[in-house]
Design a protein around this ligand. Sequence first.
Ligand SMILES: *Cc1c(COP(=O)(O)O)cnc(C)c1O
Length: 444
Amino acid sequence: MSTFKQEPHKLLVIPGPIEVTDEVLYANAHPSMSHVSADFIPVFGDCIRMLRELLFTQDAQPFLIAGSGTLGWDQVAANLVEPGENALVLNSGYFGDSFSDCLRTYGAKVDEIVAPFGDAVSLSELEAALKQKKYKVVTFTHVDTSTGVLSDAKGIAATVKKVSPDTLVIADCVCSVASEEIRFDDWGLDVVLTASQKGLGTPPGLSILVASQKAIKVFETRASPVTSYYGSWKKWLPIMKAYESGTPAYFATPPVNLIYAFNTALKQITKQSPSIEERFRLHRETSARLKHAVEELGLKQLPVKSSVAANGMTACYFPDGLTAADIIPPLLKKDIVIAAGLHKDYKLKYFRIGHMGISAIDSTRRDVDKVIAALKESLAEAQAGKNASEPVLVGDLEAGLRRWPAPPPGVLPMLSPPITLDANLDLTATVTALRRFADMRQIG
Ligand SMILES: *Cc1c(COP(=O)(O)O)cnc(C)c1O
């Protein structure tokens, strides 16, 4: 084992990329290797096998392709949906918008059920939509990273199986694999797509997609040609099969070093302590602890109820009167990196904290404790700042100006234009300007 330790750095607690272990980062520094060498082939093959283990599937087909999570949408749209076919997108935030956009780009006819902000799409609405029209695929975002909303993957898959058994169930699990429970075979999922940099605790750069044999059959029996070159399963399926069976094959160069890193991350997740089940439990516990702490601080969460709140991230509204500028830069000064809002209609109103991977499962790091303490301090400082400066400034200054025959020398820089306090001061105009300023800022 190497003694490599990564540089001291700011704590990265956004909903991906996340903090990675020293072992994973060191594996990424593997000497350059041929992608078809006998030493590398089983490293790739083991990634495929361990992914099945992580998702509790016997025979689903993994695809590991250089790219980001987004490439998973392209793979679905180009390989499983033919131009003109119907797709139903269960939209619980920003990433639902994007998946729809991607499907339309490849010629799918997309319907969406848009959940109210902070909520997931209800199963009864899904059922009603499936009875209205035949869909080739239903897609949903397991955790929408823009809202922190968790969808009921098991319930969605069961509803689709019940009403429209031929329809493929596609899960965008970029922000849920390894942080939320996913049972691919038991639940009857057809595609789980994800990326390396979120719960999987690996640097970004890998698109990871797992397809059921049913989905592979749908792909193999499509009538029209696949609508992508780089993302075509026609190209990639033989490559994945070759790596798994231990033989070299080439279509496009895999990100060799990243595969070493990913292999190390998967070993930590599937072969070491905690177990996969324990990992889910620890994510739930860490999440509950952080969510309790933010509530104690008086912050309201985006998810409308705890049953739709993700366990790998937390999204909270800023308190009244405070904005991103009052919270995010002060946290950064305390070496803690959190994320701003992302949802198009509400992004200025809230912030997001990620707690996946080692930040959730390794309590000796105290990552979440550090976040809670820093948030508490930053909120207190911001609130004290607001209380101290403005109301006192306006109220007291006005009283002072009225009382003194000649005002104390100085400048009132918050007024536009700034007013100079001197013997020539127009008292009435200054008091009017101060009152206008106070009204505008709703302070006294
Ligand atoms: C991050 C994310 C994506 C996009 O992944 P990239 O790696 O940024 O391309 C898609 N869906 C969800 C739910 C995500 O959280």
